[in-house]
Design a protein. Sequence first.
Lengths: 113, 114
Amino acid sequence: AQKVTQAQTEISVVEKEDVTLDCVYETRDTTYYLFWYKQPPSGELVFLIRRNSFDEQNEISGRYSWNFQKSTSSFNFTITASQVVDSAVYFCALSGGDYKLSFGAGTTVTVRA
Amino acid sequence: NAGVTQTPKFQVLKTGQSMTLQCAQDMNHEYMSWYRQDPGMGLRLIHYSVGAGITDQGEVPNGYNVSRSTTEDFPLRLLSAAPSQTSVYFCASSYSLGQDEKLFFGSGTQLSVL
């Protein structure tokens, strides 16, 4: 069985602050994939990034960066210099060998102007 | 391309009523799935399909039926609605059967069962 834990339920920051979202996962698969999705107040789900278990390189995309550490089973997400438009619910997800994508409970990020 | 289209967007049912949530995609995706989203629980997989004629259960299948007669359509049926099925439902699809493929989501259906 696989499991994704996002321990932070809600995070509130002031604009331009950095915010890091934690994601810890459990799986018995040796090959697996990790994802982050964003759900803005409008409700749609938007894909942000995927990472496979063999690629531990960190990734940066604009103000977004991801830190994958297999040793601690974590796939954390940092928003640098946050903006009001970053306010959303962020989900971490895990896919193993059975076509089932498991999501964490989500972290609600509120960025105040 | 319209992507993944879900209908209806909102629905109110009485306990015991039945209904079908529609999902259609025009991207020729093999993989389709249904999730429900509840506060504090993230998205939980209800059923999924890896191709026409093939379906399987996810994490929370009880009370729901699915079928996949065509590549494009993947309807979700509630045979006898219960208040516990009040939730937001998302349909999602992906291009291939590989686990690394990102999902394309529909806009969601907000269902209330009274």
